[in-house]
Design a protein. Structure first.
Length: 285
């Protein structure tokens, strides 16, 4: 059971659920009729799709995972779960998740969940072995959880939903470029063409980290100008953005693993705190 649980990447799934819950909270202010059952089906469906996608991703990348120090102990490379078991486990829980979203929430939510899963597994995952543009492509399904949550509550997507999407979309670049820099040797061994593998001096990686961090500041305060958030949120978002940006600038000055780790830590702290401000000062459209 522990091996199957590990296949679902529970920490990442919890993070996805946090983003979906923020979308649901904001969507609940859009004037739609929703109830506790909608929340329950939306969260369960999202968790199952995320877990199934994680398992199928590990099934697809099992050969690469076996070559990397950070992933060789995963259930499939370590032999605790066979590839066939992982595949059918992933297919099964993802299918149940799609049914949960489509019937328990609404058809739009189910369609968004399906798009997320297909684009992640069929476009982003195979592209990782071919081009560093995979990071950009992967950010598209990676930013979908707030849209799924919003659609579950509101039954539609408004400007507020797309602002939440844009925030998470931009946030992913500093986060994942930092990880790519920290584990570039591992990725190179597995033939995964992350940007620091293709351009090992780290110049372009560090530059993109701080540029996307910079772009995140004006985008993160857009809810204030749309009237969805108040001044407390705006001030907090700017402060968080400046701290995040500073970690990226330092990584540009010193392209080292410790600086990349600081960017990663800053990203992990930034998003929950920003979400907390969204909840604290939310006014709805």
């Amino acid at each position: 059971m522990s091996a199957y649980l590990e296949l679902t990447k529970p920490r990442i799934t919890m993070f996805i659920l946090m983003s979906a819950a923020i979308g649901f909270l904001c969507g609940a202010h859009a004037g739609a009729q929703w109830n506790l059952w909608t929340v329950l089906h939306g969260m369960i469906g999202t968790a199952l799709i995320a877990s199934g996608t994680a398992a199928l991703n590990q099934w697809y990348e099992r050969s690469a995972d076996a070559k990397m120090n950070r992933t060789k102990a995963r259930p499939i490379p370590s032999g605790r779960v066979t590839p066939a078991q992982a595949f059918w486990f992933g297919v099964g829980i993802a299918a149940i998740g799609l049914v949960e979203l489509s019937l328990g929430a609404n058809a739009l939510t189910g369609a968004l969940g399906l798009f997320t899963m297909v684009s992640y597994l069929c476009v982003y995952t195979p592209l990782k072995q071919r081009s560093p543009i995979s990071t950009t492509i992967g950010a598209i399904p990676g930013a979908m959880p707030p849209l799924i949550g919003y659609a579950a509550a509101a039954g539609k997507l408004t400007a507020e939903a797309w602002v939440l999407y844009a925030i998470l979309f931009l946030w992913q670049f500093p986060h994942f470029y930092a990880i790519a820099w920290m584990y570039r040797e591992d990725y190179a061994r597995a033939g995964i063409r992350m940007l620091p593998v293709v351009e090992p001096d780290g110049e372009s990686t560090a530059r993109r980290i701080w540029l996307f961090s910079l772009a995140l500041i004006p985008v993160s305060i857009l809810p204030r100008f749309f009237g969805a958030e108040g001044n407390v949120y705006a001030a907090g978002a700017i402060a968080l953005g400046v701290v995040f940006l500073w970690s990226g600038v330092r990584a540009q000055i010193e392209r080292t693993r410790p600086r990349a780790r600081q960017v990663l830590l800053a990203s992990v702290v930034y998003l929950p705190l920003l979400y907390g401000l969204l909840v604290l000062d939310h006014r709805g459209f």
